[in-house]
Structure formats: C-alpha cells, structure tokens
Ligand binder design. Structure first.
Ligand code: GCW
Length: 716
C-alpha cells in the first residue's frame, strides 16, 4: 500500500510543475540562480553582508538584501559585524563607520539625494562591494539595483555604478474609486480595501511598496482623477494615513486627488470659488489636518473643468486661480499640486487636439512654484500612437509633468500583449525644437532644459486585485518599464525588456531573445491592427473595447469616431494643416513644417494631420487604400507570428506562465482579426475599392460587427 502511495506522489511530483508561477512575486522572485558557473562566481564574491543604520528604510533595505541573497544564492548569506574578504557593505556614506576613510567624492558629487553608488573596492586589503549614497532611500534603491544585477545574471566583478533618478516625482496614478471599482482597470478591483482600513493592513500593501521601490517609484496617487470628495473626510484620511505608514519606509509618498467642489460636498460651504476667503480657509484647514496625520503627504492631483469635473471655471475663475489656491495651502508643508492639462469641451467648436494648448499656453509662468502641469503624452487621449503633445516646450516657465497610461485602455485592455516602452520612448525622445534641435520631451519633463527645480512623471496604473497584479503577465512589464524610464529615460526599450524577462521569466539567452522579439514588435503590431497610419479614436463607445469606427451622432461630437477619421468618398484623415484645423501651428516651426507637409510627414502620423484621397500614392507605391489594408493585415500577421514564437517556449518556461499567456494570445488574435475586418469593411464603404486580391477576405459582414454589444465590458 505504502509503495503505491509513494509511486503516486512521485508521478505527481514529476508530472506537475509544483513550482508553477502565479505571478504574484512580480519581478522580485529571487529564485535560486540556475546557471552553476554564475552561481559559483557570485557565491565566491558574496560571503556575507553588513548594512549600516537602523532607520525604518534601512531595516527594509536589509530585509530585502537578506531575502534576495538567500534566495538567489540558495543558502543563508550571513550578516557580519566586521569586514571580511568578499562581502557587501551598504550604508549612507556620511554616517558610515566602514567607509569613512574611503574617498568617493567624485561619485558622490554626481548623485542626487536619492542616487546610489555600487562599487568594488578594497578596505584593509579586503575585497568588498559597497552600496552607498546620501540617504537611506538611496541605499534601498542601490540594494534593489544590486539584486537586479544578480537576478539578471550580470557581471559584478569590478563593479562601478553611479546612478540617480533623472526625474524627481515618479508617480503611479491610480484611477481607483472608493467602492473599489477601477476606472479603466482591467485587473480586477482596487487593491485598496478602504472598508477594512485602517485596522486591517493587507500584506499586499507592503509588496506593492517593495515592487514600486524596486523600480524607483516614489509616490502614488491613491484615488481616481474623477474624484470623490469623501476621501478628504477625516474618516478616510485615517485610512490614507495607514497606507502612508506602510509605504513610508520604501520612500513612497501618498497623494490624493482633490475634488474641486469638496468644500461644498463635505465642507457645507455654499461655493467652491477659489477666490472666496472661506473656501481658501477650508482648504488650508483641510491641508493642516492632512499633514497632522501624514507629515510627508505629497500633495494633490486635480482634474478640473474636464469631462464634467468641477473646477474654477464654474465660478468664472481660471486654472491659475484654482491651482494656486491649493498650492498656497500646501506650500508651508512642501506639498505640490499636479494640475492636469487634459481639458476639452465639446461646446467649443475647435479641434479637440488644440484645446488643451489653447487653454494652458497663455497661463505659462502664472502658477505658484509648487504647481506642476500634468500633460498627457499626446494631444488626444492615450491612443496607440499619437504625436507628442504640443504643450511640451510651449510653457518654458512652468514645470510640465508627463502623464503616461500604463493601463491599456486603448491598447487591448486586459488581454493584449503590448509592451509599452517603445510608446513611452517615442514620446520622450521626440524633439520639440523649443530651444533649438535636441529639445526633447524628456529634457522638458526632467526639468533640465529650463532648469526647473521640480520635475515629474506619472503613469496611470494597471494594478488590481488579480493574483498577478496586472491581469496580463506582460502588463507587469509595462509597470516595470514605466518605473525604469521614470528613473532613467535614456534606457532603451530593449534593455528594459531584457531585465524584466530575465527577472520574471527566464535567464536562458535563447528564451530571452525570443520573448524580447515579441515584446519589441508588439506595440507596432497593435497600432497596425487598430489604428495604422495616424488613425485614432475609432474604438467602442464608452467602454472603449473593440473597434467602432462607425460611432457618430452622439451628444458629444468629440466622443464619436467619425469626428477623428473623417472618412468620405474622397478620402480619409483629419486635416490639421493650415487648410484644416491648423493644429500643426501649435508645434515649433521645425516640427510644424514636417507635420504639415504631406511629403515629409512620417507615414505613421499621416492621417493624424492630413485628409488624403483613397488613391494617394504612398512611399511603397501602393495607394492609400491598399496601404491601410496591408497595415491591418500585417497587424494580424504579427500576432500570428507572436503566437508561433510563444508556442516554441512550451515546456521551456514555467507552465502556468506559458498557459496564461497562450490563452490571452488567442484572445488577442481573435480581437486583432475583429479590429482588422471591422475597420477594413467599414472604410471600404467609403473607398469603394476591393481588398487587395492576395489578402484573405473577412468572414463576417460589417453589419455583424456593428451589432455587437458589450454592456458589461470591464473598466468603466
Ligand atoms: O482616457 C480618458 C478616459 C477616462 C479618464 C479620462 C481622463 C479618468 O476614457 O476614463 O477619466 O481620460 O484622463 O481624465
């Protein structure tokens, strides 16, 4: 009998992957290094460690180092009380006992307060690796970086790394509601369990903080920009304070969205007019109350007079009046206001793409010193591809923050594998020419071009209650990439993908290069099957799920699809040149000249800026109509190719990871075909031209697609 049991368990053990990876550990897995040579080399260089100091941040840094080393090296690596050969010493330089005679001035002048130095040196003729910096948080970041080097099997011999974040405020924006739904969230519900806070502290809060700190994120806006004043009541502020306490050791500050009408809704005032004395006092008192509970509170993020949110314009005041009132209240505490530039109004008969610039540019230089204007990467709304927002470079006297969307509202939501680093980079690397060539968006938002003392970048979070945090395993890569680029926008999409794959999936070179090839092309595939050649905003109504280029005749023009693609029997595209809306004129002349010229405009932006005839000759020699068709079909082919590559990883990577992604890729393929066929059939009603012969014909009719309904699509 016993033998039978033994046999049964043995078969179970061999046939099932008991270590299957459910994704909860993200990129911080710390599994034992598989490559024996690398493992041996690390083991010989890391025989113990010393972490100096005992602040809460140092304690969590120590905990992380211990956990990381023990896991990665597969044995207990001892904490030591004196220097030995081949150990790690970590600690703040100015307070360090061991580093006091070591001259690091050259490296230390280079780093900011959050930066770190990792260096192989000799102390008392012993080889040690030091991890040092100017602050406890710098040490924490240094330790996470060092662990990343081990996780990615990098060479640590004669190591010498000096690193500082280029941008000061590196924030996640959660669009999380107090009832735990998440606007544009595709990974379940909000991880903030407001009802049980402050007494119940989910262990996930700490893991959230660890993950963010590991990529240098130092702030989090807990609540939706479509704000609820209730979070500013004492009852809720206590809950916010409890989260802040968990995040603090990890260098993460909490921020809240401030609903502009809060003084009326929870303060019983008759008005929220920013110039009213009582209103100003109400905000001051509120801010005092917040800082009593959360001494390092970061500040407010505000969406005002946009998509129905209240704001200063309700009282005939300006964005400056509104932002400055809040900034004045926060200033004594060092808090900031992040005021969003995402404003547009369907009652204004002006191209939506122009409205934010028109409203904000004249306000340049009028905001208080602790106000940042938060600008989305493009002038419409997080589309699969947009040119950079014309405000970048246009407000030199105001610190502009970047707002990227990590959650994939318009890029396949929870089910498409789309690696976003190339999208982020495309925007960051764009040259605005605001101060001559080389005035990239990156240099504007990191403050270096105009010498601003504050700078910021925000990513709309894709995190939810799903076991793997982001719904899609590859959603983790987008969270990761956002953090890494916020730290250093010079990193390439390729490097970041490689780091993430090695930490999350495998260190096998062949596997890494296969997965990387999938990731790097994924965004372009998505653009192709959704919105090629500069098309934009042709998705489903309201839930934004799936294609719907036919959306028209709604209560707001600027929420329809026909407003953006302008297809008719003559052609397709939005003329934003001087003969049309002239949105091109908002760019600096060098850029405007390129975008407005049909010959010079990069084809990927062609229909964003130009309305062109169906027979317009493209660079390939094809007509515009044929080119559109080929792009849609290539997008689908791209997903098929991805599936082929993924299939080749079966039994080579963790089974659960493999199957999870495999199923999602099948959904992606179905939906890519859906996008392709629905869009091609719809545009064909205007082009009246055949789909090129060699391309397979859609199986379903346009009517079929137009009649699909999704009343329960997620994320609304
Ligand atoms: O992207 C659009 C979304 C809205 C969002 C808004 C914004 C939070 O569809 O859901 O609201 O932009 O950024 O304010």
């Amino acid at each position: 009998m016993k033998k039978v049991y033994l046999f049964f368990f043995l078969t179970l053990f061999i046939n099932t992957n008991i270590f299957s990876d459910d994704g909860y550990r993200l990129w911080l897995k710390y599994d034992k290094i598989k490559d024996k040579k690398i493992l041996d080399s690390y083991t010989s260089q890391i025989k113990g460690w010393i972490v100096e100091g005992n602040s809460p941040t140092i304690l969590v840094a120590k905990e992380e180092l211990q956990k990381g080393l023990n896991g990665l090296l597969g044995k207990k690596i001892k904490e030591l009380s004196q220097i030995k050969n081949n150990i790690i010493i970590a600690g703040v330089y100015s307070q360090s006992h061991y580093l006091k005679n070591i001259n690091l001035s050259e490296s230390l002048v280079e780093i900011s307060n959050e930066g770190f130095v990792i260096k192989s040196i000799k102390i008392d003729s012993k080889n040690v690796i030091i991890i040092t910096g100017k602050s406890d948080t710098g040490i924490l970041y240094g330790i996470f970086h060092f662990l990343r080097l081990l996780q990615t099997n990098s060479n640590i011999k004669n190591i010498n790394i000096v690193s500082s974040p280029k941008i000061k405020l590196r924030l996640l924006n959660h669009w999380d509601n107090l009832n735990r739904t998440v606007e544009r969230g595709y990974a379940g519900f909000s991880i903030w369990d407001w009802h049980k806070l402050p007494d119940y502290i989910s262990p996930q809060y700490k893991d959230y903080a660890r993950a963010n700190a590991s990529i240098g994120i130092n702030g989090t806006v807990l609540t939706n920009v479509n704000a609820n004043a209730w979070v500013l009541t004492h009852q809720y502020l206590i809950k916010v304070a409890a989260l802040a306490n968990v995040f603090r050791p990890y260098g993460i500050k909490v921020y809240l969205t401030a609903r502009f009408s809060a003084p009326i809704e929870i303060g019983n005032l008759k008005t929220a007019d920013p110039l009213n004395e009582e209103v100003k006092q109400w905000w001051k008192n509120k801010v005092d109350e917040i800082y009593k509970l959360i001494p390092d509170f970061g500040g407010f993020l505000v969406k005002a007079n946009s998509e129905g949110q209240p704001g200063p314009q309700n009282y005939g005041r300006t964005h400056v009046d509104g932002a400055n009132m809040l900034a004045e209240a926060l200033e004594p505490y060092g808090g900031v206001v992040m005021w969003r530039a995402f404003v547009y109004d369907s009652n204004i008969k002006e191209d939506r793409a122009k409205q934010s610039y028109n409203e904000f540019k004249p306000l340049d230089g009028k905001f208080r010193k602790n106000v940042l204007i938060q600008v989305k990467n493009g002038p419409i709304d997080f589309q699969p591809r947009e040119p950079f927002h014309p405000l970048f470079g246009a407000m030199p006297d105001t610190p502009l923050m970047m707002e990227f969307q990590i959650t994939q509202e318009y890029l396949g939501q929870g089910t498409h594998l789309v690696y976003l680093a190339p999208l982020f980079k495309e925007c960051l690397d764009s040259d605005t020419y605001s101060k001559g060539p080389g005035s990239t968006v990156a240099k504007i938002i990191d403050g270096s071009l105009e010498n601003h003392s504050i700078s910021g970048i925000a990513g709309v979070s894709n995190i939810g209650t799903d076991r793997n945090w982001t719904g899609h395993l590859f959603g983790q890569a987008n969270w990761y990439a956002f953090g890494r680029l916020a730290w250093d926008h010079n990193l390439s999409s390729d490097e970041i993908a490689e780091e993430w794959i090695r930490m999350t999936i495998s260190n096998d070179n062949e596997i890494v290069s296969k997965i990387k090839s999938i990731m790097l092309k994924s965004r372009e595939d998505c653009v192709n099957y959704m919105t090629p050649l500069g098309l934009h905003h042709i998705m489903g109504w309201n839930h934004h799920y799936g294609p719907a280029p036919w959306i028209k005749d709604k209560h707001r023009d600027d929420w329809t699809s026909v407003y953006y693609h302008r297809a008719d029997t003559n052609g397709i595209g939005f003329d934003r040149t001087a003969t049309g809306s002239n949105a091109v004129s908002q760019y600096f002349p060098e850029v405007a000249e390129i975008f407005s010229s049909v010959e010079k405009c990069p084809e990927e932006y062609l229909l964003w800026f130009h309305h062109l005839p169906w027979d317009y000759k493209m660079k390939s020699g094809k007509t515009l109509w044929e080119e559109i068709c080929y792009h849609y079909y290539n997008g689908v082919e791209g997903v098929k190719e991805t599936i082929k590559i993924w299939d080749s990883l079966k039994n080579k990577i963790d089974n659960e990871q493999y199957n999870h992604v495999k199923m999602l890729l099948n959904i992606q393929l179905k939906e890519a075909i859906w996008w392709r066929d629905a869009c091609v059939l719809y545009f064909q009603t205007f082009s009246k031209r055949p789909i090129p012969d060699e391309l397979e014909k859609p199986e379903k009719s346009l009517d079929y697609y137009m009649n699909l309904n999704f009343p329960y699509a997620p994320g609304i």
